[in-house]
Each structure stands twice: as structure tokens, then as C-alpha cells.
Design a protein around this ligand. Sequence first.
Ligand SMILES: *Cc1c(COP(=O)(O)O)cnc(C)c1O
Length: 324
Amino acid sequence: MTHTTKTPVQQLCDTLHLTAQEVQTLKVDGNSPFPLKISNDFFAQIQPKQPNDPLLKQILPLQIEHQVAKGFSQDPVSDLTFNPTPSLIHKYHGRVLLIASPKCDIHCRYCFRRHFPYSEQSNTRHWQKALAYIQQDKSIHEVILSGGDPMSLTEKSLVSLIQKIEAIPHVKTLRIHSRTPVISPSTAPANTFLEWATQTRLNKVLVVHCNHANELSHQTETLFLRYKVAGFHLLNQSVLLKGVNDQVEALETLSHALFKQGVLPYYLNQLDRVQGAAHFEVTDDTAIKLHTQLRERLPGYLLPKLVQDLQQATYKSPLISSSI
Ligand SMILES: *Cc1c(COP(=O)(O)O)cnc(C)c1O
């Protein structure tokens, strides 16, 4: 036997007590250009000895990601054609999306920005220009912080950025799109950030990203409550993922689990067709059927909107049956 250093992917499989046979069947990729990255809290929610664990599936690099799939591209939502100044995307009426940080504590295999040129697009030196753009366009009443993950910034940077946004009078709402509260509840911003939140004039919305009820814990519940008390509206968006949450029971359980923790389901996104994620795709027909079944089981306020991000649409387009 030759001695080789184990890759982080192999180490993860070992820690989860997956057998050599299971690892071989999974066809893991130890050298992915979009490498394994996982937070401690998220890791703690993965069940050992389960090669098909729905959380493991979201983060484990597989060789199948190298297969080139037709219709899957590097920039599936055309972010870069609505890019008036670096780090800012102005595609939807009344709101802009600011790529506040290139970093994220986790690499979700289906991430639609896995090929995004972060080094060019996201840099604090771009903030001044982005803020100037927002300042000169009075139609912008909502600023959405996205990434990467905006909550991967230090609290000091995050608060400094949102104070600058707050200083623009026509901005009424600050929205944060972040997976940090779900995947890193023990380290998510909750100090200076919440001090700011309790006294700002802005409306505050926090859209978290959770795909499966197993991602939620007592820690997420405690953190969500703190955000709620500070005045945030809490919403969740999920991505429909084959093998993770493409069962009506899983989606139903997720909605109830979110509600129990004070979060309302917002969007259930059909997968963005980014290169490397084709094996997660659920067909539109299946997605629509699942959503109809979900509608039959849930009160209206727990039913997420099933949407897709079409390249030219200036809104998230509802996915509806074509066979009317
Ligand atoms: C998704 C998205 C938004 C926000 O859309 P809502 O329907 O308001 O949640 C804004 N800008 C861009 C570019 C988006 O992709």
C-alpha cells in the first residue's frame, strides 16, 4: 500500500464513517476546482453512516459535476449583463442587489455563482461607486445584500456598509440574503449588528436559505428569535434539489420546521442551470406536481412560491403547468 495524504473530502467521509465501498459508489471528487467547504455547525447536522444524507449531498464534491450538460452555463441568470457598476446588479424594478462579500462558509454544490468572477466583482473598494449609483437613482427603495454571503463580513464591515445605505433617504428597506444563520448559527452576526438593527429607520428583511429540516437546530431557533426581536421579517428560500428535498414529505416537514422557528417560506427555486449542478435537476413537470401536492397539504402561508430565474425576466417567474 502506498502512503498518500488524504484529501479533505476523504477525511470528511472518514469522519462520517462511510465505508470504502460507499465512498467508491458515490464517486467523490477530491480535487474539485470548487473545493469542499463546510461550516462546523452544518457538519454537526449531518448524520453519520448515511451516504445519502440530504445535507451531505449539498456539500460533497462529486466527479459527476465535471460532466458537461446541455443548457448549463457559467452565468445562468445573466447577472453580468445587469451590472451598472462592479458588485451591483440592477435588474429588478425598485431594488438592487449588492454583492457584499465573495466569501461563504459553505460551498453548496448547486451554487449558481460557483463560477462568478468574485475577485473582479466583490471588493469593498467597489462599495463607494455602488453606493453612489444607488444615491443617484431615486427609484431604488430596497437594497439587497447578497454574495457569497454578506454575513461572512465582519460585523464591523457589515454595520459600516448598512449605515451608508441607511444614509440614502430614498432607500426604505434593507434586505439580507444569507445562509449564515442556518449554516453557522453559533458565529453569525448578532452583536453590533443587532444593536444597529434595533434602532434603524429601515424596514428589515432577512431571507435565509434552508433546503431541509435537518439543517435546523436549537441554535438556529435561538438565533432566529434574536433577529425577530430586533425587528427582522424572517423568510426562507430553498432550492429544489434531486435527492435532497424532492419529496413532498420533505418539503412539508421543512415548511412546518421553519414556521416553528419563526420563519415563513418565501421561494422554492427551480435549480439555476449552472455547470456542475445538472445531477440535482428536477424536471419542471415534477416540480409542478410536487408543488401541487404541497399545496394540498399546507396552509397558504406555509406554501413557498415555486419560481425560476429566467435570464431576461425582471422578476422571479412562477413555474406553472404548460398543459392547460
Ligand atoms: C432574486 C433577485 C432579486 C429579488 O427578487 P424578489 O422577487 O424581490 O425577492 C433582486 N434582484 C436580482 C438580480 C435577483 O436575482
